[in-house]
Design a protein around this ligand. Sequence first.
Ligand SMILES: [Zn+2]
Length: 423
Amino acid sequence: MAGAIATLLTLTRAPSAVSLTVVSADSGATLPANGVPGSAGAILELVRTGRATTRGDLVSVTGLARSTVAQRIDALLANRLLVSGSDSASTGGRPPGRLSFNSDAGLVLAGDIGAMHSRVAVTDLAGRVLSQRTKEIPVAEGPERVLSWLEGAFDSLLAEAGQDADRLRGVGVGLPGPVEFATGRPVTPPIMPGWHLYPVGQRLAERFGVLALVDNDVNIMAVGEHWSRWRDEAFLMFVKIGTGIGCGLVAGGHVHRGADGAAGDIGHIHVPDQDDVVCRCGNLGCLEAVAGGSALAARLAELGLPTRTSRDVVAQVLASQPDAVRLVREAGHAIGGVLAACVNMLNPAVIVIGGDVAGAGEQLLAGIREVVYRRSLPLATGRLRIVPSELGDEAGITGAAVMVLETILSPAAVDADLVGAGR
Ligand SMILES: [Zn+2]
């Protein structure tokens, strides 16, 4: 199936131990292959990633004849995906002979739909936000109202920026629930009544006449964080601690969604000795019911503090309220216990902690780090960094744009576009 991700788990039972091997392989249209080595698309990728920026570099990296490289560069220049340094107006005065990716060659619309508020942006082809806006709109109002607002907001962002809709290359959107990525439809999302199997991707693709990709919000945040600061690391976990708790995985440089798009749902992993806590999923002792922002706010409210949301909890921690500090520290320990197991299983190089509760800063991070470094194996933690998110609220729109860019600018997609353009 196009876009399917095959995942194989192998359990090996040795006399003294049980070990688990995870094999995952992405294929299909959603994450196109690397294209033909030395093709125009592959050359654009070399320039775009800074691995080769002159004709001489490209000849030596690809091993192709200078005339072949020149032909491919001409096709990319004609399609405006590359600009040459001699054209100083469009390259910011780079030296003659230097090639650069033309991030003005198109636009992407990015949306991050949250439980209560949403953010939309228009970006260039380098993922730079040109303009954006936010709105308080509960996702529970249903797909018609939320998507009508989203489409109207996209239209006005394009108009405000004086941008021609003809330059639009793709739309990327994150939703706060499980999404079947290949079809762009939410699947039994717990906090999104009326959205089950709604064709979000298809609606946006038809409305804007371009590729539209839809994914779970935590996956796109993982992509945003990875792309903005950790592109040199192939294995990253992004943990969002907001009202609930979720996690996005980047493995081998790509989002790991699992066989059915359910990978990374750490909020419903069982925490030992917490069986008196009932989770909204119906199970007992889930991480989210123990350490999520909603759970912490409820517990502080029971102690008589005016807390209703994750942000209220953070405000109490930042004011050094002793019960709030203690509860957030304990939440860090519970989250760290689950993450320690994930670290042994997945061996990420970086764990990025985001979401509203991450605003509690070091009190939360210290709790997480204490347990992860104590419980994970030395080989898995020797290089491991556990860091706060730097993008904050912008991780979602950055990731939504990058999800589209990595698809439309992949070597295979660029080659197909050039063939379509007769070049
Ligand atoms: Zn649960």
